[in-house]
Design a binder for this molecule. Structure first.
Ligand code: GDP
Ligand code: IMO
Ligand code: MG
Length: 494
């Protein structure tokens, strides 16, 4: 106890002990940090204090551990109960995060899933590529269902914009790719927007307010029209939702008008996010960083080139928000009790049989954004272990266990066979992964409904055995178990 008290004093700056609820919360966070340090044998928070960062907020990264659609929206919504500020840090409106709360189902694309909790503040971080038209629509749709974003949603001025021409280029590029080299993108302009960002020609949200913004829109349209003319599009007829396309060409006047309207709507939301997040940390606010997509779609660590164009992994959370790595306290990996993938690319445990069809049906596996059917397969322990390593996952949020309620037998992939060898690590190349055959362990199904249970003790023994084996194969600890799409169908242990 004495050691604990000493630690508390070491963690706290002098003069922070006023008896306010906020201070009490800070004390609680400090205690959590210390107990975590003891548990994990490393000093997770003190470094940040030594480097001049306030160290009383509890900062969590939530990432997708598979190929996206793991249920991140639902888990962020659940974790938001214990957070103050929720930050999306990468991706764009390619994401579709479903939250079912108070009987309403909402799909969030750009707005952090924490927005549905009154009083919580949300930020679209600098790492996001934000389509202003999509965001304006999303804010409007939320307002129509009683959720007001004004004063609670902010956009980092450093975040880049996905312009309508990026969508045009995304669709034209995908159409031109031959079978086998198609990515199966969401057509939301994500790749071209990130390409503009790294080639230093992108438009940032802060640019919406600049007087030369209309000129830059005209330049973007002119350049895109030039590229489209040079592409061998043949009979392909480009169609971009939200604007007119004639002879595969965009209209600069129309786009200037669209962006004039939309920037008027969005500019009140744009802020410099760095002082905003510093203040949040100084005030001991708990920050939740919401990942989109998933580890296997990461531009560096995923199944390149069948990936998205950002870093959904935990490292991306720091780059995409400006929160230093040492201020991160825990990483939660969201993972389904089986695997899905939408779009092209290798997927070793994919099923083409009745089991695959049943997973798709029972799990309602259709894309939240595109409505495309998701490919389904058994749980892949190689993917999970790889995700644990890349992201430094402390806890799993295991979702959709209820989808397996009806199966006689359930399989877990524990390793791959590649060219006659057994491998336990994820191969670096997509071509090698495509040649991998899963090595399975088979477990008995529990054939009982799990969606009504409220604590782990009520889990049928065979379901518990499946969860325990899955966590053993993956490593880390189970922190959350989700057994239904609604907020209530969740057992939180962290
Ligand atoms: P995200 O992109 O990771 O946020 O996931 P999506 O929202 O695209 O897809 C997850 C789907 O599974 C949504 O329809 C959720 O409502 C649903 N879902 C989330 N958790 C559970 C769960 O534990 N059980 C069931 N049956 N559905 C779930
Ligand atoms: P959430 O956040 C699942 C996939 C696309 C395609 C590839 C590249 O809801 O989990 P992009 O449009 O990003 O250039 O497409 O990535 N993809 C997703 N798959 N969930 C997502 O987001 C995805 N976002 C992109 O299907 O294969
Ligand atoms: Mg999704």
């Amino acid at each position: 106890m004495r050691a604990l008290a000493q630690d508390v004093f070491r963690y706290c700056a002098p003069g922070t002990f006023a008896k306010t609820p906020r201070r009490l919360k800070q004390w609680y966070n400090i205690w959590l940090k210390i107990s975590r340090r003891e548990q994990h044998g490393h000093d997770c928070g003190r470094h940040a204090a030594e480097h001049g960062f306030p160290d009383t907020s509890m900062n969590t990264i939530l990432i997708g551990a598979q190929w996206g659609d793991e249920g991140k929206g639902k888990i962020v919504d659940v974790l938001t109960a214990g957070a103050d500020v929720i930050v999306r840090y990468q991706g764009g409106s390619n994401a579709g995060h479903t939250v079912i709360a108070e009987g309403k189902r909402r799909v969030l694309r750009l707005v952090p899933s924490g927005i549905l909790h009154e009083g919580k503040v949300c930020l679209i971080g600098n790492g996001v590529v934000m389509n202003p038209c999509d965001l304006a629509d999303e804010i409007e749709a939320l307002r129509a269902t009683g959720v007001e974003c004004s004063g609670r949603l902010f956009i980092a001025s450093r975040s880049h914009m996905v312009m309508l021409w990026h969508r045009a280029l995304d669709m034209a590029d995908e159409a031109m790719r031959s079978q086998g080299s198609k990515i199966g993108t969401t057509g939301r302009g994500i790749g071209p927007a990130y390409a503009s960002k790294v080639s230093r020609t992108g438009l940032r949200c802060g640019d919406m307010l600049a007087p030369d913004f209309p000129d830059r829109v005209r330049e973007g349209v002119a350049e895109t029209n030039r590229i489209l003319r040079s592409m061998p599009l043949g009979d392909f007829r480009l169609s971009v939702p939200g604007c007119t396309v004639r002879d595969n060409q965009l209209d600069a006047d129309e786009l200037v008008g669209i962006y004039e309207t939309v920037s008027r709507k969005l500019s009140p939301f744009v802020i410099d996010s760095i002082p905003f997040l510093r203040k949040a940390q100084e005030d001991g606010r708990d920050i939740l960083l919401e990942g989109a997509q998933g580890t296997m779609l990461d531009i560096d660590f995923g199944t390149y080139p069948f990936v998205t164009s950002s870093n959904p992994t935990a490292g991306g959370a720091c780059v995409g928000s400006g929160i230093p790595p040492r201020a991160i306290d825990r990483v939660v990996g969201c993972i389904k009790a089986y695997t899905t993938r939408v779009g092209e690319g290798p997927f070793p445990t994919e099923l083409f049989d009745d089991d695959g069809r049943r997973l798709a049906e029972r799990g309602h596996e259709f894309g939240a954004v595109t409505g495309r059917p998701r490919r389904c397969g058994w749980f892949d322990g190689v993917v999970a272990r790889y995700a644990r390593q890349i992201n430094g996952i402390d806890y799993w949020a295991l979702t959709k266990l209820d989808v397996l309620d009806d199966f006689d037998e359930i399989k877990i992939c524990t390793a791959y066979e590649l060219d006659g060898r057994t491998i336990e690590d994820m191969p670096a190349s997509a071509a090698e992964l495509a040649r991998c055959r899963p090595i399975y362990e088979t477990m008995p199904g529990w054939k009982e409904k799990t969606s009504d249970i409220t604590d782990m003790a009520q889990l049928p023994p065979k379901a518990r055995a499946y969860v325990e084996r899955l966590v053993e194969v993956a490593g880390a600890k189970l922190g959350i178990l989700s057994i239904g799409p609604a907020r209530e169908s969740t057992i939180v242990m962290i």
